[in-house]
Design a protein around this ligand. Structure first.
Ligand SMILES: C[S@@+](CC[C@H](N)C(=O)[O-])C[C@H]1O[C@@H](n2cnc3c(N)ncnc32)[C@H](O)[C@@H]1O
Ligand code: SF4
Length: 270
């Protein structure tokens, strides 16, 4: 059965974020004009949606399209419930690192550090003088203190740096700082989200190439589904971004009840 084949879920715990990254769908869709309603998953919602599969999952990723996972008040409770039911399930989180205090981040490390595959990706696009150019409203000192508190309490961390013209000269220093602070991985990324009027500029050696390649379906390859902060199941984060509402399944329907709906039949994992 379709539901039995799901190995991973990608969860958007909330649509709320303190930051205002210029190319984030949340900013582009106009949250400040009230166009992105504030939504949070609660522990109860999450349990209702996932209880049929929770003990079979291999991974739960907390990231999403429209918000900052750590802004969700129930995030630690949700993670604890997953691990109580499925201690070997890998927990991943993507975060700008600038919310919550050091005690919260220490608690996150304490409940996840038993499994070295659990991790937090900190999205840090530069150093003290540049991170806020893209990660608007993220306070550098809070971010650094939180990352240190998490790592020093045993948490495994990765530093992801989006490279622009304004921070490309800092890659080597950021990499050294990541190593000094105890991050396990450091990775640079370039974005393709530039449009004509963007004041943000790509790095100078950024070459956009048209590469001929074969396509594969990430959701099918990883046997994964996506749960939005509204409590809607989507095939993947890309379908959430493009608002293909024909895939929306209403609040309150646990995953086992949606497996035979006609729209999902065609998406069955082979
Ligand atoms: C909407 S964010 C949610 C998680 C968290 N708030 C964060 O930013 O890490 C989802 C992912 O999009 C990434 N992202 C943000 N701006 C981007 C851009 N211009 N190009 C590519 N990825 C971007 C973030 O770094 C993060 O990994
Ligand atoms: S930190 Fe993440 S969710 Fe917040 S505005 Fe930036 S990309 Fe969007």
């Amino acid at each position: 059965m379709f539901v039995d084949k799901i190995k991973e879920i990608h969860v958007e715990p909330t649509t709320v974020c303190q930051a205002e990254c210029p190319m984030c769908p949340r900013t582009l869709q106009g949250y400040h004009l009230g166009k992105v309603p504030n939504k949070f998953l609660t522990l109860e919602n999450f349990q209702l949606k996932t209880e049929a599969i929770i003990n079979k999952l291999e991974k739960v990723l907390f990231c999403g399209v429209l918000g900052e996972p750590t802004a969700c008040g129930d995030l630690l409770n949700i993670i604890q419930w997953i691990l109580d039911n499925n201690p070997t399930c890998t927990i991943g989180i993507n975060s700008n690192g600038g919310l919550r205090d050091t005690t919260w981040w220490q608690n996150l490390a304490h409940i996840t550090k038993h499994n070295p595959y659990n991790y937090v990706v900190f999205s840090i696009d530069g150093l003290e003088d540049t991170n806020h150019i893209y990660r608007r409203n993220v306070n550098w000192n809070t971010l650094m203190n939180n990352a240190k508190a998490y790592i020093n309490s045993g948490g495994s961390a990765q530093w992801d740096m989006l490279v622009f013209k304004h921070n490309e000269h800092q890659i080597d220093i950021a990499k050294s700082l990541a190593s000094e602070l105890g991050f396990n991985f450091f990775r640079t990324k370039v974005t393709s989200r530039f449009s004509k009027n963007d004041w943000l500029q790509p790095p100078t050696d950024h070459i956009v190439e048209n590469i001929s390649t074969s396509f594969s379906c990430m959701a099918k390859d990883t046997a994964s589904l996506y749960l939005s902060a509204e409590g809607l199941w989507y095939p993947c984060c890309y379908t959430h971004t493009s608002k293909q509402t024909e895939f929306d399944i209403e609040w309150g329907k646990p995953i086992r009840d949606i497996s035979e709906q006609s729209l999902w039949i065609s998406l069955k994992l082979s």
